[in-house]
Design a protein around this ligand. Structure first.
Ligand SMILES: C[S@@+](CC[C@H](N)C(=O)[O-])C[C@H]1O[C@@H](n2cnc3c(N)ncnc32)[C@H](O)[C@@H]1O
Length: 378
């Protein structure tokens, strides 16, 4: 089979490109487009032979897209317009302009791509941008499916609940559509799918006893949920994703005392034997709350013994107790591992650690997207 010609929009550090490679589909990325200079350096470093266009998507004409004559379009449009923190500007947000431009182009292309894969944040599924996308796809003769999925559904102990849409030109699918090809084991469709790191909104009601904080702001329900997740053998253990301890410069990644003292109750702490971690965002390493889990390196210290009655301790004693846990950030390599990037992926030397976290936080889970691409093209 001839290699599919793929256009990768909002290419970032190439999560979609790695997913294509991992899927085994015969494909060639004929153009990748992004305006972020750091992400582009990383992309170019890993895919030196791929044409990377450092320009805005809305600045590329229909004629130029037509000349690419592509079979597949993959894209992760900017997500800030659809997140709660991003104020949900949706289609009125300037950052959605390029996406609306793509929707404008699609019906006008001489040859529409046979396959489309789109990734975005939770929140996109209820947006007007999604409504416009769906209308455009229907008008252009595509069949499509939408999912809310997390890497936990492919055995990776990291939550990153995201919206995915896969579309095929209807001439590709025959009369049966393509929903029949989607095995339950991989996909939980619909927005209420269980996610093992608590991103799901469908939590059962807890009694006041269960809601009582035991330690570290955690209730009985939280502790039970985490321990259920950690016993779920369909998920791999965090230790499978760690760098050899001899290769980690512990000092560089240890959580600084000031952060420990101020934010210890907000840290999501995991051990190497755990089968869960929370989503790594672009603020990892800079902000504490909700930006990603941290790793306990000294396993002989019991968490409970550190946190019980901590509020009654002097600053000095509090710090001493917290330091006993030896808490550290996951290294960028480890975050990349949890996001399914292959070992061949690397950063150019000049990219700093905060920049690495930043671009990784904007990217996607490569293994999960690989599986979706296989389903889309199969
Ligand atoms: C969610 S990230 C995509 C990340 C990518 N999938 C990856 O694996 O790293 C969105 C990307 O879109 C880029 N971007 C935003 N607006 C753009 C525009 N108008 N034209 C081109 N790129 C744009 C940003 O620089 C950012 O890298």
């Amino acid at each position: 089979m001839e290699a599919l010609r793929v256009v990768e929009l909002y290419s970032g550090i190439g999560g979609m490109h790695y997913a294509l490679k991992g899927s085994g589909i015969s494909a060639q990325v004929v153009a990748a487009v992004d305006i972020n200079p750091t992400a582009n350096l990383v992309y170019q470093h890993n895919f030196p032979d791929t044409p990377l266009w450092n320009k805005t998507i809305e600045g590329i004409t229909l004629d130029v897209f037509d000349k690419l004559s592509f079979d597949m379009l993959v894209m992760s449009p900017p997500c800030q317009p659809f997140t709660r923190i991003g104020l949900q500007g949706d289609i009125t947000d300037a950052r959605t302009k390029s996406f609306l431009y793509i929707l404008h182009l699609l019906p006008r292309l001489c040859r529409r791509p046979r396959f489309i894969l789109l990734e975005n944040v939770k929140g996109f599924e209820t947006s007007s941008a999604r409504e416009r996308l769906v209308e455009t796809l229907k008008d252009c003769g595509y069949l499509f499916q939408e999912f809310m999925l997390s890497p936990t559904s492919v055995g990776i102990p990291n939550s990153r609940l995201r919206y995915f849409l896969m579309a095929k030109l209807s001439t590709e699918t025959g009369s049966s559509g393509f929903s029949a090809q989607v095995p339950d084991v991989v996909l939980q469709s619909g927005s209420s799918g269980q996610d093992t790191a608590g991103e799901s909104s469908s939590q059962p009601e807890a009694s006041s006893q269960e809601r009582r904080v035991l330690y570290k702001l955690e209730t009985l329900v939280d502790i039970q949920r985490k321990s259920t997740q950690n016993r779920d053998e369909s998920l791999r253990q965090i230790q499978d994703f760690l760098e050899p301890q001899t290769e980690v410069d512990l000092q560089q990644y240890l959580i600084p005392p000031r952060t420990l003292l101020r934010y210890c109750l907000l840290l999501d702490i995991v051990q190497p034997s755990c089968r869960r971690s929370v989503c790594f965002t672009k603020g990892y390493g800079r902000y504490v709350e909700g930006t990603g889990s941290v790793l306990q390196c000294h396993l002989e210290t019991e968490m409970q013994s550190v946190f019980a009655g901590l509020e009654l301790c002097s600053e000095e004693e509090k710090l001493q107790r917290l330091l006993n846990l030896q808490l550290r950030y996951f290294t960028p390599r480890e975050v990349a591992n949890l996001m399914g990037f292959p070992q061949s992926f690397s950063f150019p030397g000049q990219i700093s650690t905060p920049q690495r976290y930043r671009v990784l936080g904007n990217s996607l889970n490569v293994v999960l997207v690989s599986r979706l691409l296989q389903l889309l093209v199969s």
